[in-house]
Design a protein around this ligand. Structure first.
Ligand code: SF4
Length: 448
């Protein structure tokens, strides 16, 4: 039996979907008497929930594990547990290479962390042979300790992904699409509303594929959103990870009719060159993408569009990057993340010919980042003199002299923010701010 009042120190890496898994683990630990502590030194349990879908994430995770393994060497009574995508990918190797780790758990099983810890008291940790394909799907009664500020939360509506983008490891690490039950999601919305959430962000690998695995016409993203709107009064509902080909007019129309669904579209495009999109196994074209952006702008003229592009995909030529730059210039998207292709062992793209050098990948990324910086500055300057609703996050991380918040067009943890230089407010307040300054990513203004 676990001794009451132990401390846990958590490092949660990767995306908001992995953060929700971390919150599930914290929830079950708290339920078993653990307290969450801020330093590894004061913890009994050191927990790292890893990301592992690209090499840079793998390196970051291994570094975090080794840092905590050093602390474990000094304090052998501490337990070190590593979970998540890195374990799903390299579990057996890690077990051999980092013996300081007491327990490795992949992307399924973290929900039973307590029983795994209890079994450690009587038997050695399970030997990790290739890990099972994940099947777990959380629900509204899964213990969870929300780690985001109390005025906002993520709601993960599916697990896994059934798309097969040729550069992506996620289906192999997270399994195929598994949608959560719509009634159960509404229960979770109630829980968030009762705990004071003002901004609920819906997340998934591909939000638009919600319900496809149910094979029922009435289970889909639009139906879910209509029920969330009808059964709650949460003022801000944000959508992340929309898959371009599944972004239907029905969703755009619902967004146009309901300002509680924020006019913010996170739409990972990855590229716009037809030849590269084909090699990526992304089933759309430049023309279709142009039409999609035009449709969005027609139905949601004030909306902000976020996307990601990848440079240096195998076979990419300068003219493909020219096509991408011309598209960025023409459509001036609000938020653009540029990543270099990461050649992942086990991905289809690994087998493609004509891989680009790291130098070329970086050169192309820099060129597009520079272009986007001028576009972002221009787009942001349209807010100067204007007044927008801002969700207050609290004292700025930059300086105590400023407060920080975000507009409807700025997602948490990925986009710029608003610095508030005058006016009274508290975290979670929705206030009106008139902007006096615009920078590449951030805005400055005062409460009116
Ligand atoms: S949509 Fe593509 S890139 Fe995104 S998780 Fe699925 S397979 Fe990976």
């Amino acid at each position: 039996m676990i001794k009451k009042s132990k401390n846990v120190f958590l490092v949660s890496l990767g995306c908001p979907k992995n953060l929700v898994d971390s919150e599930v683990m914290l929830g079950s630990l708290e339920k078993s008497g653990y307290n969450i502590c801020e330093t590894a030194e004061s913890a009994d349990l050191l927990l790292v929930n890893t990301c592992g879908f690209i090499q840079s994430a793998v390196e970051e995770a291994v570094e975090e594990i080794l840092d905590l393994a050093e602390i474990k060497k000094q304090f052998p009574d501490k337990q070190l547990v590593v979970t998540g995508c890195l374990v799903q990918r390299y579990g057996a190797d890690l077990q051999k290479e980092i013996p300081e780790v007491d327990l490795f758990i992949g992307t399924d099983g973290f929900q039973n962390l307590i029983s795994h810890l209890e079994s450690l008291e009587t038997s050695p940790p399970p030997v990790l042979s290739p890990l099972v394909t994940p099947s777990f799907v959380m629900n509204s009664s899964t213990p969870r300790s929300i780690s985001t500020p109390s005025h906002r939360a993520y709601m993960k509506i599916t697990e896994g992904c059934s798309n097969r983008c040729s550069y992506c490891m996620i289906p192999a690490l997270r399994g195929n699409l598994r949608s959560r039950n719509p009634e159960d999601l509404l229960k979770e919305v109630q829980i968030h509303e009762q705990s004071g959430v003002r901004e609920l962000t819906l997340i998934a690998q591909d939000l638009t594929s919600y319900g496809l695995d149910f094979g029922r016409k009435d289970v889909n993203l639009v139906a879910l959103l209509k029920n969330i709107l009808a059964s709650s009064s949460i003022p801000w509902i944000r959508l992340l990870y929309l898959y371009p080909v599944r972004l239907q007019d029905e969703l755009l129309d619902l967004m146009a009719e309901n300002s509680r669904i924020l006019p913010y579209l996170d739409l990972p495009l990855q590229h716009v060159s037809d030849r590269i999109l084909k090699l990526m196994n992304r089933p759309y074209s430049l023309v279709e993408t142009q039409k999609l952006i035009e449709r969005i702008r027609l139905k949601l003229p004030e909306s902000a569009i976020r996307t990601t592009f990848m440079t240096g995909f195998p076979g990419e030529r300068e003219e493909d990057v020219d096509t991408l730059a011309a598209f960025m210039q023409e459509f001036e998207l609000d938020h653009v993340g540029i990543f270099t292709y990461s050649n992942e062992e086990g991905c289809k793209a690994e087998m493609l010919p004509d891989h680009c050098s790291e130098e070329i990948k970086e050169k192309r990324k820099d060129r597009l980042m520079e272009l986007q910086a001028s576009i972002s500055k221009k787009k942001n300057s349209r807010f100067v003199g204007k007044t927008e609703q801002v969700l207050v996050e609290g004292i700025s991380q930059e300086t105590e002299l400023l407060l920080e918040g975000r507009t409807r067009f700025q997602a948490p943890d990925i986009d710029g923010c608003v610095y508030i230089n005058s006016g009274e407010c508290a975290p979670g307040d929705l206030v009106n701010v008139t902007f006096s300054e615009a920078h590449i990513y951030d805005l400055v203004g005062e409460i009116v």
